[in-house]
Unconditional design. Structure first.
Length: 118
């Protein structure tokens, strides 16, 4: 499985960015994809996830109502739309794939930097 994340960059507080994660190497029925982030000096934390089959979504409390996650089955791509960005959203964001029965993330993509200025 290969995961290619893109779309990071800089934004002002209140602005928006969209991250993409293109997946390849297998079919993803029965799997889910998640986004995680790690800020300097902090632990990696869960941001959002989506079940590939059915499209159920899950969010960290810190991003609920501001971030959405979606998938394009034809492109094997998951998107993280980030709105109303805050400086505390600044982090390296990574995507990962897990079997949706265990949500144990076995495959990870490289990170993409998101920087939000006040």
């Amino acid at each position: 499985v290969q995961l290619q994340a893109s779309g990071g960059g800089s934004a002002q507080a209140g602005g928006s960015l969209r991250l993409s994660c293109a997946a390849s190497g297998r079919t993803f029925s029965g799997y889910g994809m998640g986004w995680f982030r790690q800020a300097p000096g902090k632990e990696r934390e869960f941001v959002a996830a989506i079940r590939w089959t059915g499209g159920n979504t899950y969010f960290a409390d810190s991003v609920k109502g501001r971030f959405t996650i979606s998938r394009d089955n034809a492109k094997n791509t998951v998107y993280l739309q980030m709105n109303s960005l805050k400086p505390e959203d600044t982090a390296v964001y990574s995507c990962a794939v897990a079997h949706d029965s265990s949500w144990s993330y076995d495959y990870w993509g490289q990170g993409t930097q998101v920087t939000v200025s006040s």
